[in-house]
Design a protein around this ligand. Structure first.
Ligand SMILES: [Zn+2]
Ligand SMILES: [Zn+2]
Ligand SMILES: [Zn+2]
Length: 150
């Protein structure tokens, strides 16, 4: 799949063009999958590719791409908005593990929530269509620092 064509189609469908700035922002997010960049961080990377771009343009571009659901906004407890590529029409989003000590964010590939959804539907007569999950705790690196094996 040529991902730039996919973005182009998604934008075109909503009446927008894949401009250089939009492509640059999308390229950065695509090259940093799993990094959950803030707008400022996106700007730092985009600048390497388009030195003439301003922070305000990057803000506007990120906002537009979010509105169009091409990228997703994530908020963790550091108060920053962070972004990653969207789910391309699939409702389900991967889950996140957040380390309370170092603040690193890890992604969970497996969806482990099916059993819980079934229980919720049964018990509360609530038909679940989606969920977002964040787990908080101690990552393996911080755990190793706190509990050295030697
Ligand atoms: Zn993620
Ligand atoms: Zn950690
Ligand atoms: Zn899930």
């Amino acid at each position: 799949m040529n991902i730039n064509n996919t973005f182009k189609d998604m934008l075109k469908e909503k009446g927008y063009k894949l401009t250089t700035q939009r492509r640059a922002v999308l390229d950065v997010l695509q090259n940093h999958i799993g990094d959950h960049l803030t707008t400022e961080e996106i700007y730092q990377y985009v600048k390497l590719q388009c030195p003439e771009i301003g922070l305000a343009t990057v803000y506007r571009t990120v906002q537009l791409l979010e509105e169009l659901k091409i990228i997703d906004r994530l908020t963790f407890d550091d108060g920053c908005n962070r972004y990653e590529l969207g789910t391309f029409g699939e409702d389900h989003h991967h889950h996140h593990l957040i380390c309370d000590f170092c603040g690193q964010i890890f992604e969970v590939e497996e969806d482990l929530m099916d059993a819980i959804e079934i229980q919720v539907e049964k018990k509360y007569k609530f038909q679940v269509t989606n969920h977002k999950v964040k787990f908080y705790g101690i990552c393996h690196q911080c755990h190793a620092k706190k509990h050295p094996t030697s």
